[in-house]
Write a protein that binds this ligand. Sequence first.
Ligand SMILES: Nc1nc2c([nH]c(=O)n2[C@H]2C[C@H](O)[C@@H](COP(=O)(O)OP(=O)(O)OP(=O)(O)O)O2)c(=O)[nH]1
Length: 134
Amino acid sequence: MPTIVVAAGSIDADGRVMMQRRPAGKAHAGLWEFPGGKVEVGEAPSEALVRELREELGIVVDVTSQCSIDFAATEHVILLLFACRCWQGDMIASAADELRWAVPAYLAELPMPPLDVALVQRMLDQRRLDRFTL
Ligand SMILES: Nc1nc2c([nH]c(=O)n2[C@H]2C[C@H](O)[C@@H](COP(=O)(O)OP(=O)(O)OP(=O)(O)O)O2)c(=O)[nH]1
């Protein structure tokens, strides 16, 4: 059964998206991803995202402020991407090597895991970035 992973495209007032770099020792080390992680047994995906963003970035988000925008999957992982525009607190990396605000048009230039490449490519192809920048 595939692992369900939730991830957030957090968007700031300038329409930039928060990306984090996976640390050494983890799968996809050195690649840039949307902050998030695995959904635990008994959790709703949105609840898992609230927990992961608190653990990984130290921010507090409201379940109702998240909007599911896309997904990508392999036989091992189903990655659910949410847009997140409202949070409380300053983002501090605790699971990542580095955090970076990325302008959407340049997201595709960051080295990413294959599922993220697919998500970002589709956002660009289908002009889904409107959802990020609106
Ligand atoms: N968070 C996140 N994970 C992603 C993305 N793209 C992608 O392929 N993944 C994969 C990498 C991992 O195989 C899996 C998430 O695992 P993880 O190690 O970050 O999960 P976790 O935070 O729950 O950490 P752990 O308890 O397993 O250490 O999903 C993405 O954009 N964000």
